[in-house]
Design a protein around this ligand. Sequence first.
Ligand SMILES: C[S@@+](CC[C@H](N)C(=O)[O-])C[C@H]1O[C@@H](n2cnc3c(N)ncnc32)[C@H](O)[C@@H]1O
Length: 239
Amino acid sequence: MTDIEYLEKYVNRKDLPKAIKKLKNGIPVQYIIGNVSFYGYKINVNKNVLIPRFETEELVENTLKYINKYFNNKIKLLEIGTGSGCISIALKKENTNIDIVATDISKKALKVAKRNAKQNDVSIKFIKTNLYDGVNAKFDIIISNPPYIAYNEKVMDIVYNNEPHLALFAGKDGLYYYEEILRNINNIINDKYLICFEIGMNQAKQIKALASKYLNNPTVIVRKDLEQRDRMVFIHNFE
Ligand SMILES: C[S@@+](CC[C@H](N)C(=O)[O-])C[C@H]1O[C@@H](n2cnc3c(N)ncnc32)[C@H](O)[C@@H]1O
């Protein structure tokens, strides 16, 4: 479906001319409509949150597979950088056995995430903090799709001009947040743990090295997305 067809489908007839004008001015169709479907759930979006991506649905799908195979009791999960809340909401909808804490540094993003959780009728504890500062608890699973674009990397104009840079950029090599998350991760993981990251397609090797630097002999699995690009890393200590 083209963007115009999307607008025709989801925007009221009277608002359509204005919506088409916004599209022509380079606003992403998702921000114009105001919501997306993520893993089958309606997620509101505005300029304060990243537009959820297909790859992130694959991160959710693979994480659920791990959970079903390796965890059976009540699970404690922490999401770092929740944005619209899409990951946490989809996980909680799919598996009510997960207790979720989700953080973001952006107050405006958390406002969207809280609204989305309410509309999807799920209970998630949202915390405004830098990564997991002040989160004094242990978790079975840590999941994050952090910013991972290097400052000098070219991104499409429609992304650069509209989506929050706080959600996109991560230092000179794009690895800043992975290292910051992993640096003190031992303080917040249980004895048996799973860490799930969405990654940039050329970052797998470096993230593997970071995992080995901060964790004791971890198993690191890199998974490809549907387009055969390395886009997810799962780090764990079982099997
Ligand atoms: C790539 S977006 C991911 C959003 C959402 N989880 C998703 O997958 O669509 C990264 C998120 O991390 C948040 N973020 C950036 N720096 C942060 C920090 N220091 N601590 C916590 N969250 C941060 C941004 O505000 C943004 O919402």
